[in-house]
Design a protein around this ligand. Sequence first.
Ligand code: BEZ
Length: 209
Amino acid sequence: MSLHIGDTAPDFSTDSTIGQLNFHAWAGDSWVFFFSHPADFTPVCTTEMGRTAQLAEQFAARNTKPLGLSTDTAAEHLKWISDVNDTQHTDLKFPIVADADHKIAMLYDMIHPEESDTAAVRSVFIIDPEKKIRLTMTYPMSVGRNFDEILRVIDALQLSDAKGIATPADWRAGDKVIIPPSIPNDDAKELFPQGWEELRPYLRLTDVG
Ligand code: BEZ
């Protein structure tokens, strides 16, 4: 099944490293960073799991719960977490769902047959508290993800929701943002009383702090 931005993230119930996990109930009112891995006890995945654990406070500050998936059992995940903690000098607390039968990987289109018939590629889903998919990214098995980018897109999505703005290329928290072209100048005056810099009528930059 192919999932798109704006779709409701499919619900599922499965075994995990914290026991039986119902996805929507577990997510509650939080944002979710749901990310898949080809297999336990593999090098790139080990560094990604470790990095996510190291960033626990950063995710919590964004009301975002990480949720890992690897196409192995919960018992294997638990053994692997010891290795992750040991080698990455961390204390992994977020759950990793079991998916030895690939049901969830298939539901989320994480199996890309030209890469592998049985192991998930490195998919990312950022899901909002309404359970809507807000961002997807897919990396091949050989390339570890950039976790600064994952935190950056969560910041951009949350700011866009709060202020009705868009973010330019390479935006970082605190940079100027874009007033969307759908907002006419008369409305923009009320919404952005701080004013804006108009490079073109369709390219207006403002500061939202
Ligand atoms: C890894 O995590 O290192 C990995 C897993 C599957 C294929 C290639 C790399």
